[in-house]
Design a protein around this ligand. Sequence first.
Ligand SMILES: Nc1ncnc2c1ncn2[C@@H]1O[C@H](COP(=O)(O)OP(=O)(O)OP(=O)(O)O)[C@@H](O)[C@H]1O
Length: 284
Amino acid sequence: MTEPLLRLDDVRATLRLRGGEQTLLDGVSLTIGEGESLGLVGESGSGKSLTTRAITRMLDPAFRVTGEIAFDGASVLSMNPAALRRYRSRDVGMIFQDPRAHVNPVHRVGDFLTESLVRDRGVDRREAERRAVVLLDEVGVRNPEQRLRQYPHELSGGLLQRVMIASVLLAEPRLILADEPTTALDVTAQSDVMAILEEQRRARGLALLFITHDLELAAACCDRLAVMYAGQIVEQGEHVYEAPSHPYTIELLGARPSIDERVDRLPVLRYDRATHELLKAEAS
Ligand SMILES: Nc1ncnc2c1ncn2[C@@H]1O[C@H](COP(=O)(O)OP(=O)(O)OP(=O)(O)O)[C@@H](O)[C@H]1O
């Protein structure tokens, strides 16, 4: 069998505490093939962001990480600093929930987009600007030349997230990690940004790990889903949405508000940590 682009095998992230240890990623295994998209779904605190940080080796040094994380066959956990820099800047592109937290507010959009091309890849500034204009246009930003001269605060959240997508595409990565990329946006901007990301990703054959709490959205745009609860992947596959088999996924799907129904408050999930531990013990 050919090696997938990304492979996580029994990844555990344990936090050393004064009174003992807390395992926050508990045996996570997943694969993403070249050009494939995986939706990692789960409620707040289930370990989705920790998983992306483990993939890029950006977890807090207080965590002990074991297991295997392999990108194109190379072990991420044993990369030396130069290989790790290259992996983070060339192989993997990251898009986050809040684009404003990831731009320098006093740098113009053009500097943000061209900086690493000029500095790290030796691309001539005018050529970098030309590429940035082409990409802004491709992700649906009108008047791209003018946008290059603006500051982040002059752009709406949706527009700034498109700039983020353009900046990731400029680096020509093989894998995009998108952590709740549309959660902070209004509903119209959410679907626009998701559509652009999907269109561009597919056109370029890039792989995607899409982190979200929204199972329906993940099912709509990803080839496969993985459902996470308490630091574990409870089920994954191509048919998780149509035919869920784990009680947590079934409850998650059942808890979706219906547009025909008046909802005063969101339903409380009955699946809890105790049920999870019980099922885990039964399965082992
Ligand atoms: N540096 C840290 N120190 C201690 N606990 C942490 C740290 N980072 C994350 N955690 C805990 O690990 C668990 C998983 O966090 P994570 O951020 O991965 O959740 P998530 O599924 O991405 O949720 P959200 O959608 O709210 O971001 C949470 O209980 C969180 O409080």
